[in-house]
Every structure is written in structure tokens, then in C-alpha cells.
Write a protein that binds this ligand. Structure first.
Ligand SMILES: [Zn+2]
Length: 224
């Protein structure tokens, strides 16, 4: 009989209800933070492509488009290492990443290659060589991050492949300087080659940039 319950029981009940409601509400609005690294910038132009295309501009344009795409909806918030054309050292990038403590980092690059045959996108992730963990706990953590990075890489590969059929150059394990010392998934995306007319066109038109950003956003959302 409710009316005979001690007052504090009723109050306690409502406090519990509010607590659960609060937690549920938080869970719904909590966002996954990701860092998008627009490689190069400022004094560091990166690869010099055809018709004046430069890597630093391509990476920035696609990073900005990706941030915009992710802001449209969903539960991912993207922060950029740079959102202007400015010089940023590797250490400064790492500092931003550490301060942000994201769930993952996507580092965007564009490639240089010889001749017109060099085409397509490539994905790099730091392998076990990067690990060199001091103890078992750190090794297990590195292993988990490696699995997460590969999971993300497969999604990016699938989504970029539907945009650029048969142009995937593969998923490769390599030394990734940006990932060194960071205990989180870091994936490097070489978006394509700006050293030939076709690749340059694909990476510098606003339409293509938006499509690439869409494919990357879909991959990141699929990851969570
Ligand atoms: Zn680069």
C-alpha cells in the first residue's frame, strides 16, 4: 500500500528513476571522438601534383569535408589536427591527439607515383613491430588497438572501393610515425595519386572530395 510507505522510500524511488533517466540520456548523447589528421600543411606542402595540386590542400579539404559530413548526424564528433593551412610538426599533432584522447585517428595523405599507371588508394596501419610493449597488459592493449585498426581499415577499404572500384592498392602494415607512442588505433589513408591528371581530378574536385568524405564518414560510423 503506497500511502503507508515511509516518505524516504518514495523519495529514494524517484531519485533512482531520475538517475537511470539521466544515465540513459547521457548514453544517447555521448559522442565518440575521432581525430582527423590533415597531413602536411603550411611550409610542408607534401606531394606536388600536376596542375599545381598540392597534397596539403587535398588533405585539408577532405578533412574539412569529412568533419562536416560527420556533423550531419550520428554519434561521432570529429576534431581536426589543423583546420587551416598551417605548419604542424609530428610532435604537435601527437600532442593534440593525446589531449583529445580520441577513439581513433585517421590520417589523410595523397600519393606521388611515377607515370600515369600509379593510381588508387592505399591504407597503412602500424603492425606488431610498433608495439614493443613493456609488459603483458600493454601488449594486450596494443593487440586490441591493432585489431580495431584493421577493423576500421577493412571498412574504409570496402567503402572507398565502392567509390573507386578495383582501385584499392591494399591494406599494408608499415611503420607509422604518427602512431608511435600513441596507444590508440591510427590508420593512414593514402587517398590516391595527385601526380597524374586522373587522380588529381578525383582528389581536387569538390564533388569527388564530398564523395570521399562520405565514404570515410560511413566507415567511421560503421566502426562504432
Ligand atoms: Zn603525405
Amino acid at each position: 500500500m503506497l500511502q503507508t510507505w515511509p516518505k524516504f522510500t518514495v523519495v529514494f524511488f524517484w531519485v533512482l528513476v531520475l538517475c537511470f533517466a539521466g544515465t540513459a540520456g547521457y548514453a544517447q548523447t555521448a559522442k565518440h571522438i575521432v581525430v582527423i589528421d590533415a597531413a602536411h600543411g603550411g611550409d610542408d606542402a607534401g606531394v606536388l601534383g600536376v596542375d599545381g595540386a598540392v597534397e596539403k590542400d587535398v588533405t585539408l579539404a577532405i578533412a574539412l569535408a569529412l568533419q562536416k559530413e560527420l556533423a550531419k548526424g550520428g554519434n561521432v564528433e570529429a576534431l581536426l589536427t589543423r583546420n587551416t593551412d598551417r605548419t604542424l610538426s609530428l610532435e604537435e599533432r601527437k600532442k593534440i591527439i593525446l589531449k583529445t584522447n580520441p577513439a581513433l585517428v585517421l590520417s589523410l595523405h595523397a600519393n606521388a607515383g611515377f607515370g600515369k599507371t600509379a593510381t588508387g588508394f592505399e591504407l597503412y596501419y602500424p603492425g606488431f613491430a610498433k608495439a614493443g610493449a613493456a609488459n603483458k597488459t600493454a601488449a594486450a592493449q596494443d593487440n586490441r588497438h591493432l585489431n580495431d585498426t584493421v577493423k576500421l581499415a577493412r571498412l574504409v577499404q570496402k567503402n572507398l572501393d565502392s567509390l573507386f572500384p578495383r582501385q584499392g592498392r591494399g591494406l599494408r602494415e608499415a611503420g607509422v610515425p604518427l602512431a608511435e607512442g600513441l596507444a590508440l588505433p591510427v590508420l593512414v589513408v593514402e587517398l590516391g595519386f595527385i601526380t597524374n591528371a586522373d587522380g588529381k581530378k578525383k582528389l581536387t574536385s569538390a564533388k569527388a572530395q564530398a564523395e570521399i568524405a562520405g565514404a570515410l564518414a560511413k566507415s567511421i560510423k560503421g566502426f562504432f
